[in-house]
Design a protein around this ligand. Structure first.
Ligand SMILES: [Zn+2]
Length: 137
């Protein structure tokens, strides 16, 4: 089976040997210089669902500060139930008011399955530790 290569910025398929993405001009050498965390954040836009899910899981475990914002953004554009479920799991792991807000927003998602997931998740939390009001800096 041939291995496919994707540009880490625009996620178009590229040749393994190119130094610059022919689709968006991204210098692939720049990518190698990125930190592991940054690569994971970029992988949230990967076209292959399994890679997105893997990145989501690892980011949830690492709990780096950018994770919640990146996952909340992902939830805005994501339509794949399994990816969404993974993102909800990682948001719960990281926690905090922004994570909870990201999950709460899913109650208005176009997919009924996702709305149910959000509802179930929010009901499973014994007492939601963060409310909108608590957000005074
Ligand atoms: Zn590109």
């Amino acid at each position: 089976m041939a291995v496919r290569f994707y540009c880490p910025r625009c996620w178009e398929e590229i040749e393994e040997t190119v130094a610059r993405c022919p689709h968006c001009g991204f210098e692939l050498e720049d990518f190698q210089k990125q930190t592991y965390e940054k690569k994971l954040l970029m992988a949230l836009r990967h076209p292959v669902r399994e890679y997105r899910m893997m990145a989501i899981r690892v980011l949830g475990d690492l709990g780096i500060p950018e994770t919640v914002t990146a996952l909340a953004e992902l939830l805005e554009r994501e339509n794949d139930y399994y990816v969404i479920r993974e993102a909800v799991g990682s948001l719960l792991k990281v926690g905090g008011p922004e994570a909870m807000r990201g999950i709460r927003r899913l109650r208005d998602h176009p997919s009924e399955l996702v709305r149910k997931l959000a509802h179930r998740t929010l009901c499973d939390i014994p007492s939601v530790p963060y409310t909108e009001e608590e957000e005074t800096p």
